[in-house]
Design a binder for this molecule. Structure first.
Ligand SMILES: Cc1cc2nc3c(=O)[nH]c(=O)nc-3n(C[C@H](O)[C@H](O)[C@H](O)COP(=O)(O)OP(=O)(O)OC[C@H]3O[C@@H](n4cnc5c(N)ncnc54)[C@H](O)[C@@H]3O)c2cc1C
Length: 465
């Protein structure tokens, strides 16, 4: 992976705007270029586009969409921006958070109205830190379905997507202007493609253990639940070209990946009053501060595991999600009737677990305060039948990345933009601030879709005749 400096290079094959990565960001960027009348090609390393987008829950937050208005949800870009900034304790790029939040509704409306992506406003439950029902998802509520829909839209717009096209190097002039890329094919052959602008939509460095060890050692040994093809290429190319990066120690974790099947448990199990206990049958944290920061809380427990205990209310909401149904079918989520049966599954003392559950019930009645600060009075007390899943904490995606302006143009340390390089989605600095606690649920796909769209529009404008 490197930058090859050239002064004058001719390419046998060329397009106007090249997009590296066929996830949500790459698809939205390409659609925006095409809509602006530009020529565009997407290069994707996999033989079938997957990316973290297809592994995700597919929930896209936005504030003030037509879908929300039709469903009677009161929301706005301002409210979403407020949630993003408060969750990150004002330590994120507030101008970017406001801009992305303000543009988010337009992105969702555009995906639905111009590109037939069958999104709907999600009402079933509210994620931690969301002060309105911000989420939108496709019928199956899965990232896999979302990515298929996005690629259908890309195909309908007659955009070339080249699969099994692993970009290994960029060709650039010594002033940093990118003139093309080198692509390695599965048979070892190499192709070179010229471009006038390049959009990096190849996500972060979650799949690169060395970069994790260097930038986020506290999560480097954890299970990585994102796409392994995301090797940090965007960051490394950007750095070589003189770009600046920020928040490289920031990440989105998840405190409930069911082990050993490694399927993520729907967070509604927690929001609806569910708790987590360790191998001793004791709670160890405020489970619902955010699923991201809960990852390290779980990893910090004996054997790095916990048991999530919830009841029918969480289960009914979670059953709308395809991956939750899969986990249930596999027997990775167990239904039981008594606390003694839960204790059997956990392998802990029944009396200790019963005391934990009695404490939670007392907190729900307002008779006790939670030592971890959670308010249990807003949800009914957990009742049988209970559901139990053994979980661990995991890394979902990195949040550090290339500094970009409001149009996705990659910036140098001095704030000036590189000539023709754009980045979006997980390739760009996220909205979480410096650590794991700043991630507002869903800001990953919002950055991918909205910054992708904005970068595509800007790249098309820059390269227009
Ligand atoms: C389990 C899980 C659940 C999640 N759930 C949600 C959710 O519900 N809502 C939400 O907002 N976010 C969620 N996220 C985060 C979200 O998935 C990401 O923020 C988002 O998908 C990033 O999109 P992207 O297009 O930047 O990256 P990706 O979708 O990962 O796409 C990047 C693409 O680039 C390709 N690529 C990489 N390097 C190269 C190269 N050198 N050459 C060619 N191609 C390359 C990769 O193969 C990949 O296809 C979740 C993440 C995970 C892991």
């Amino acid at each position: 992976m490197s930058i090859i400096t050239v002064s004058d290079k001719a390419f046998e094959m060329a397009t106007t705007v090249l997009v590296i990565g066929g996830g949500a960001c790459g698809c939205c960027a390409a659609l925006a270029v095409r809509e602006a009348g530009g020529e565009v090609m997407v290069l994707e390393r996999d033989d079938l586009p997957r990316g973290s987008t297809s592994l995700s829950g597919g929930q896209i937050p936005a504030g003030g969409t037509a879908l929300q208005r039709a469903a009677g949800v009161e929301d706005s870009g301002d409210l979403l921006a407020h949630d993003l900034i408060v969750k990150a304790k004002h330590q994120n790029d507030e101008a970017m958070a406001r801009h992305i939040a303000a543009q988010s509704a337009r992105t969702v409306d555009w995906l639905v109205e111009s590109h037939g992506v069958p999104l709907s406003s999600q009402q079933a439950f509210r994620y931690p830190g969301h002060s309105a029902q911000h989420m939108h998802a496709t019928p199956q509520k899965s990232g896999a379905e979302l990515l298929v829909c996005l690629h259908n839209a890309v195909a309908a717009a007659a955009i070339d997507v080249v699969l099994s096209a692993h970009v290994t190097d960029l060709f650039a002039r010594d002033d940093g202007r990118v003139v093309g890329v080198r692509v390695c094919r599965p048979d070892g052959s190499v192709e070179e493609i010229g471009c006038e602008a390049l959009i990096l939509a190849c996500n972060g460095y979650g799949g690169n253990p060395k970069m994790l060890q260097r930038y986020i050692p506290e999560i480097a040994q954890a299970h990585y639940h994102g796409h392994v093809g995301n090797q940090g290429d965007a960051v490394n190319w950007g750095l070589e070209l003189g770009a600046s990066v920020s928040d490289m120690g920031s990440f989105q974790g998840y405190g409930a990946v069911i082990t050993p099947v490694m399927i993520h448990l729907a967070w509604a199990c927690i929001t609806e009053g569910g708790i987590q206990v360790n191998t001793s049958g004791q709670r160890f944290s405020h489970e619902n501060t955010g699923y991201s920061e809960q990852a390290l809380n779980v990893i910090g427990q004996p054997d790095g595991v916990a048991w999530t205990i919830f009841d029918q209310r969480g289960q009914d909401i979670a059953m709308e999600l395809v991956y939750h149904r899969e986990a249930l079918e596999m027997g990775a989520i167990r239904q039981v009737d008594t606390i003694a049966q839960i204790a059997d599954i956990v392998g802990c003392d029944t009396a200790t677990l019963a005391a934990t559950m009695a404490d939670v019930a007392a907190m729900g009645r307002g008779e006790k305060d939670d030592p971890f600060g959670r308010d249990f009075t807003t949800k009914p007390t957990l009742v049988a039948p209970y559901y139990v899943a053994k979980v661990t904490g995991a890394l979902f995606h990195t949040q550090g990345g290339l500094d970009v302006d409001l149009e996705g143009r990659v910036l140098r340390e001095d704030g000036t933009a590189l000539a023709n390089l754009f980045a979006g989605g997980g390739a760009a600095r996220g909205l979480s601030g410096p650590s794991d606690w700043g991630y507002l649920s869903g800001s990953g796909l919002m950055m991918a879709t909205t910054l992708g769209r904005l970068a595509g529009t800007a790249a098309a404008a820059m390269t227009a005749d």
